[in-house]
Write a protein that binds this ligand. Structure first.
Ligand code: AMP
Ligand code: MN
Ligand code: MN
Ligand code: MN
Length: 277
C-alpha cells in the first residue's frame, strides 16, 4: 500500500539512482509528507536534500544506514533523527568511507580474478559521483561489460551474501554502530530483519544484541515483505519493546521493483518511531 511516511530510501550519495533533489521531487509527486533519506554510511544525500525538502514542504528526517557485521553476516542499522553535524557522526562517516574504499579494491581483485577480467576501478569510481562506493556499482560495471546478464545475476553469482565479492572486513559491530547513532542523538533501527536469511533463533539473538547496545526500533513495514515476515518482525518488536519503523528501501526507478512510499501496511499495536520526531 501507499504510505505518506517513508523512512528508508537512497540517493546518488550511495547506491540510489536519483539525486537528492530528484528524490525530493519524487517524494512530492508521491504525496509523501515525512521522509528520511537513509543512504549507506553517509548523510551527504540528506544534507543536500534539506533545502529542496523545505521548499517542497516535506518533513525531512535525517537518516543513515550503517553497515555492520554480526556473526559473519552483513547487518544494516538505520539511524534516524541524528544530529548531522555531531562530531561522532562525522567521524563515523569518514571511517565507513575508508572501509568502503579499501573494501572496493578487495572486491575488484577477487571478482576480477574469478572472471579473469582486469576490473577498471577508475571507471567504477566514476559511477559513484563521489558518493559511497558499494557492490551495486560493481554490478553496474559487470553488466556494462556483459560479464553477467542481469543485475540480480551479479549478486547471485559474485556479490551477494557468501559469494566471492561479499567482503565484510572492516565493518564495525552492532554495538559500535548503535553507539554512533545514539550519541549523535538519533534512534537506532534494526533494518529489514526478514532479509538476512537467518534462522528465527539466530535473528532473535542478533536483535537481542542490538537491544542491549541501545537499539530502540525495528522495521515492521517494508517495500518487500510478506505477512509471515511482518508477523515475525512484529513479534520481535513486542518481545523487546521496540518502536516500529517503515520504509520502502527505494533505490530509484526500475530497481528491485520498488516505489517510493510503497510498503506493507503499518501494523496495529506498535508505536511508530516517527511520533517522537
Ligand atoms: P554494499 O553497500 O556494498 O554492502 O551493497 C549492498 C547493497 O547492494 C544493498 O543495499 C542493495 O542495494 C544491493 N543488493 C544487495 N543484495 C542484492 C541482491 N541480491 N540483488 C540486487 N541488489 C542487491
Ligand atoms: Mn543499497
Ligand atoms: Mn539495507
Ligand atoms: Mn537501504
Amino acid at each position: 500500500m501507499s504510505s505518506t511516511i517513508d523512512l528508508h530510501c537512497h540517493t546518488t550519495a550511495s547506491d540510489g539512482k536519483l539525486s537528492p533533489q530528484e528524490l525530493i521531487a519524487k517524494a512530492q509527486e508521491r504525496n509523501i509528507t515525512t521522509l528520511a533519506i537513509t543512504d549507506h554510511d553517509t548523510l551527504a544525500g540528506f544534507r543536500e536534500a534539506q533545502a529542496p525538502a523545505a521548499q517542497a514542504g516535506i518533513n525531512l528526517i535525517s537518516g543513515i544506514e550503517v553497515s555492520t557485521v554480526w556473526a559473519g553476516i552483513n547487518i544494516h542499522i538505520v539511524g534516524l533523527n541524528v544530529d548531522p553535524n555531531h562530531p561522532i557522526i562525522l567521524e563515523a562517516e569518514a571511517y565507513q568511507r575508508k572501509v568502503r574504499i579499501e573494501r572496493a579494491d578487495i572486491i575488484a581483485e577477487r571478482v576480477g580474478k574469478r572472471l579473469k577480467h582486469d576490473i577498471d576501478m577508475d571507471e567504477i569510481r566514476s559511477y559513484t559521483q563521489d558518493g559511497q562506493i558499494g557492490r551495486p556499482h560493481f554490478a553496474q560495471y559487470l553488466l556494462k561489460y556483459e560479464l553477467i546478464g542481469s543485475f540480480a545475476e551479479a549478486f547471485n553469482k559474485y556479490l551477494g551474501a557468501g559469494k566471492i565479492g561479499d567482503v565484510k572486513s572492516g565493518w564495525p559491530d552492532i554495538p559500535t554502530a548503535v553507539k554512533w547513532i545514539v550519541q549523535a542523538g538519533g534512534v537506532a533501527v534494526f533494518a529489514h530483519g526478514h532479509r538476512y536469511k537467518m534462522t528465527r533463533t539466530k535473528l532473535r539473538s542478533c536483535v537481542q544484541d542490538f537491544v542491549y547496545a541501545g537499539g530502540r526500533a525495528i522495521e515492521v513495514a517494508y517495500g518487500t515483505m510478506d505477512s509471515s515476515q511482518q508477523q515475525q518482525m512484529v513479534g520481535l518488536a513486542k518481545e523487546f519493546n521496540l518502536m516500529g519503523s517503515c520504509g520502502s528501501d527505494y533505490h530509484g526507478p526500475n530497481r528491485f521493483g520498488l516505489e517510493l512510499g510503497i510498503m506493507t501496511k503499518f501494523p496495529e499495536g506498535i508505536t511508530p518511531v516517527w511520533e517522537k520526531f
